[in-house]
Design a protein around this ligand. Structure first.
Ligand code: MLT
Length: 407
């Protein structure tokens, strides 16, 4: 008889965004005359930057000729892309990261979800609440937690992000081994200062722990004091892995390209206390389970590092931040407090009401989709997340409808 991995039965029946999509589909089927505006899942709406389109066309033409055709590429990514990332995202910010410490992949979601495989099952986890569900769900699947009791998996140290701490969690008072951090934060849009990140680096050093730093939204940072990378903190390359994505930076949610930085100085220990290179282990996993991102997609990704590409990315992220500013202003006018939206494409609204009820009210009365905060964890209750990813016209219409629904 085939037995299943019973850890999967500890999970909620479906993934947060699948749940929401089902509810929205049911509403639109029942109300075909009421067009819905989606400010829920953070999916981009604007076309790829022109430099990416040109690079895609040129690379596709290369694939049409024997002399320039490409089959399997290096699993870790082509050197042209890894070097462009190392130069522009790291050297330019004085971060000591080499091109061969960068692993190109088809998504930060997959990498954030897969990275836990290389750590032992008794790894002590520290996970923010609210949180991007992938971090916790993949650890539940692996069997690194107990069952969920009262909305929290047993055995996990939760890092509460609340109005009281400005949605930036404090360092835990207990030792943990693997700590998930995300700044600018999904879902709250909160950012961390260099001083705050330096405390996490010191904590990780003290506990021989590893920080998993998700900076998928760094392109939205406008405050020059806010770090874009964990490697801007001295010593971080000895204790941190960083996840980045072209999805929200350059509109690649459907195109798929991301990367993970695993410094060669990062170590994890076996049961006997012997140190092993995490870079070597991730490389082993990556080459076994992944065959690289398509060549034309990597060419399109590399194009964002050209001078025109940088300007086009800035224009695109400025555009979404313009939406975010409108959302923040409208939310404030309605009397709600909120964070995010200034250095992030998400606005985290403190509604003070049941978050699924608020979601339902916005869907049925305003035909606007948001994300209920409780879907991101217990501390998300009483909040909703509004995404700035949509056209200007849709954002303006959505805000007018929300204001009318809440009158
Ligand atoms: C979100 O809405 O939280 C993101 O789009 C999810 C993701 O990037 O996978």
């Amino acid at each position: 008889m085939i037995h299943l991995n019973e850890n999967f039965t500890k999970l909620k029946a479906s993934y947060l965004f699948s749940d929401i999509a089902k509810q929205v589909t049911a509403f639109t089927q029942a109300n075909p005359d009421k067009p819905v505006i989606r400010l829920g899942i953070g999916d981009v709406t604007e076309p790829l930057p022109p430099v990416c389109i040109a690079a895609l066309h040129a690379a596709t033409d290369e694939m049409a000729h024997r002399a320039t055709f490409k089959g399997y590429g290096p699993e870790q990514g082509y050197a042209f892309l890894r070097e462009a990332i190392a130069q522009n995202d790291y050297a330019a910010r004085q971060c000591p990261i080499e091109a061969d410490e960068i692993f190109v992949s088809d998504g930060a979601k997959c990498d954030c979800g897969n990275i836990q495989e290389i750590f032992s099952l008794d790894t002590r986890l520290a996970i923010p609440d609210p949180v991007y569900p992938v971090y916790i769900d993949t650890n539940v699947m692996a069997g690194r937690t107990g069952p969920s009791v009262d909305g929290r998996y047993q055995g996990v140290t939760y890092l509460d992000s609340t109005p009281a701490n400005g949605y930036v969690p404090a360092i835990p008072s207990v030792a943990t081994d693997l700590i998930y951090l995300c700044f600018p934060n999904n879902p709250t849009g909160a950012v961390a200062t260099k001083a705050q990140l330096a405390e996490w680096v010191a904590y990780a050093k003290k506990n021989q722990a590893i920080l998993l730093y998700d900076s998928a939204y760094e392109a939205y940072i406008r405050d020059p004091q806010i770090p874009h990378s964990i490697y801007e903190i001295p010593g971080a390359r000895d204790v941190a892995i960083e996840f980045r994505s072209f999805s929200k930076t350059a509109g690649f949610t459907g195109t798929r390209c991301a990367y993970t930085v695993v410094p060669k100085s990062l170590q994890a220990f076996d049961a006997a206390g012997k140190a092993h290179s995490v870079h070597a282990l991730w490389n082993r996993r990556h080459t076994t389970k992944f065959n690289g991102v398509a060549y034309p997609i990597q060419k399109a990704a590399a194009a964002i590092f050209t001078p025109e590409g940088k300007q086009q990315v800035k224009d695109m992220t400025d555009f979404y931040l313009g939406n975010a500013a409108l959302i923040r202003a409208a939310v404030a006018k309605l009397g709600f407090s909120c964070v995010g939206g200034d250095n992030a494409p998400y606005i985290w609204v403190n509604t003070g009401r049941d978050s699924w009820e608020f979601f339902d009210m916005l869907l049925t009365k305003a035909q606007v989709v948001c994300t209920p905060g409780a879907g991101f964890g217990k501390c998300g209750e009483g909040h909703v997340r509004i995404s700035a990813f949509n056209s200007r016209a849709n954002v303006e219409t959505a805000l007018a409808r929300i204001a009318a629904a809440l009158k």
